[in-house]
Design a protein. Structure first.
Length: 142
């Protein structure tokens, strides 16, 4: 069993080093066939999303990030704790053009059946079904 770091996903997706990209392609093909099994984490996915969408680095749109990353995260040989939550977060990230970390929080909230988030971040207001409240609105109400 292995653990895959963000750099492997990034070399494959960006193809900025053709030799490394080819090695990563072969690895992912082996994972697709179930010959290689590896883990990764939500933190690694967050790093990948950040790097790919960073205007100073690759500047990919939210939809491009989702389109390139989702198939890799769905490989049979890749073990990702909370895969459904992470894939849902990628969809929310692309659909609402919000930060991936916010999308991950919303996906986790959905999974837990939580509809209210305590936050000053108004980006949450863009997502239907999520009610943002500020700390002062909560204290003494429950």
């Amino acid at each position: 069993m292995y653990f895959i770091d963000a750099s492997v996903f990034l070399r494959y997706i960006t193809k900025d080093d053709p030799e490394k990209a080819e090695s990563c392609f072969k690895l992912f093909k082996s994972m697709e066939r179930g010959e290689v099994k590896a883990y990764t984490s939500e933190a690694v996915v967050a790093e990948i999303v950040y790097v790919l969408s960073s205007k100073n680095l690759y500047g990919l749109s939210h939809e491009d990030v989702r389109a390139r990353l989702q198939p890799l995260l769905s490989l049979p040989g890749l073990k990702l704790p909370s895969r459904k939550v992470v894939l849902r977060a990628l969809s929310l990230y692309a659909l609402h053009s919000i930060d991936f970390e916010d999308a991950l929080s919303i996906a986790r909230m959905e999974r837990l059946g939580i509809e209210k988030i305590i936050s000053y971040d108004r980006d949450f207001d863009r997502v239907e079904g999520i009610a943002r409240v500020e700390p002062g609105d909560v204290v003494g109400t429950e």
